[in-house]
Design a protein around this ligand. Structure first.
Ligand code: CA
Ligand code: CA
Ligand code: CA
Length: 345
């Protein structure tokens, strides 16, 4: 019998389905976020267990702030776990034509960061967090990366390590909601999210909810992906954030691809996951500082961490925060950099 195209496709599809169950999944764990209507998250781990020091990837789903779910991108999530990462995919409060979910949705994703660094740590998840997500999840990822320490977004007491994330990889997010309202109008999901159609009266609200507003020198490295043919979120939304960060010497790389809005336009969830896996080591290396344990002091504790990792780094995907210059080992150049900043904050 000649194997025809459709049969081959069915076979591929079957293999994909099998692969979906490779990762170890814990579903619907509650996280604490007062006022949330959907404070549950899923944790994916490699089926052969999570190695120490491997960063945690936080996935924030898309859906224009009113739709979508933490289970929307199963191939993407499974591929990341299969590459060795701990992956957290959380729901957050969604809006509707009658209900604004801002700033509750931001409170929720911040609360997930807190969960990772408290409950998640007890479950073996690393407090090193890389946030990623498409569309509305891209906007919330951008906001997580720029708004650490902004009180209006952080009603809960900070966890150990605070609300800083260590890298961000937003897909076709929105960085400037004023620009978006001017370019594309705000009636519909954007107005539902913020509870108001854009005009002079609510200008400050649109500014507050814009990730670009909060760009500062202490923001983490970022890699942005955005389609040049995106007719929902124009690609200037990523370009302008990239330029704002670069003007402060923050590492901000980007890929502007020929395509529209969504993982399918990018080449599929597997391609998107492969890009994230590829980018993480470089982004983490760009964000390293002599404050190795991230307690905002550069002191003997950091020195001890460095010495305990001397002349070696764990294998990827484990992070090697003492490798300050990112050359793959911990050595004299890293020590010199630490001693140079010793005693500062
Ligand atoms: Ca900031
Ligand atoms: Ca320190
Ligand atoms: Ca080094």
């Amino acid at each position: 019998m000649v194997v025809t195209g459709p049969i081959s496709l069915a076979f591929v599809s079957l293999a994909t389905t099998t692969y979906l169950f490779a990762a170890d999944l814990q579903s619907d764990l509650p996280y604490e976020s007062p006022g949330s209507t959907s404070a549950v998250l899923d944790v994916y781990r490699p089926d052969d267990g999570l190695q120490p020091g491997v960063p945690t990837i936080l996935f924030i789903h898309g859906g224009a702030w009113y739709a979508g779910d933490k289970t929307d991108s199963p191939d993407f999530l499974t591929a990341l776990a299969d590459a060795g990462y701990g992956v957290v995919s959380g729901n957050y409060t969604r809006s509707s034509p009658e209900f604004s979910s801002y700033p509750q949705a931001v409170h929720d994703v911040k609360a997930i960061v807190k969960w990772i660094r408290t409950v998640g740590s007890e479950l073996g998840l690393s407090p090193t967090v890389i946030s990623t997500g498409p569309s509305a999840g891209g906007h919330l990822t951008m906001l997580l990366s720029t708004s650490s320490g902004i009180e209006v977004f952080e009603p809960l007491a900070p966890p150990p390590g605070g609300y800083d994330i260590q890298a961000a990889i937003p897909f076709w997010g929105l960085s400037d909601l004023v620009t978006q309202a001017n370019d594309m109008g705000s009636s519909g999901p954007l107005a539902w999210f913020l509870g108001d159609i854009y005009d002079a009266d609510c200008h400050d609200l649109y500014v507050e909810a814009s990730p670009i507003t909060w760009v500062s020198t202490d923001d983490p490295p970022i890699h942005l992906a955005h389609g040049l043919l995106d007719h929902l979120h124009p690609w200037r939304q990523s370009l302008e954030l990239q330029q704002a960060m670069q003007s402060l010497d923050i590492h901000a790389s980007a890929e502007y691809f020929v395509g529209g809005h969504g993982f399918e336009e990018y080449g599929g969830e597997w391609v998107a996951a492969a890009m994230v896996i590829d980018m993480i080591p470089e982004l983490l290396a760009q964000g390293r500082t002599p404050d190795i344990d991230r307690d905002h002091d550069i002191d003997v504790d950091d020195l001890l961490v460095m010495l305990s990792n001397w002349s070696t780094c764990p294998e990827l995907p484990a992070d090697c925060p003492a490798d300050l210059d990112g050359d793959g080992t911990v050595g004299l150049p890293d020590l010199m950099q630490l001693l140079n900043d010793f005693g500062s904050r």
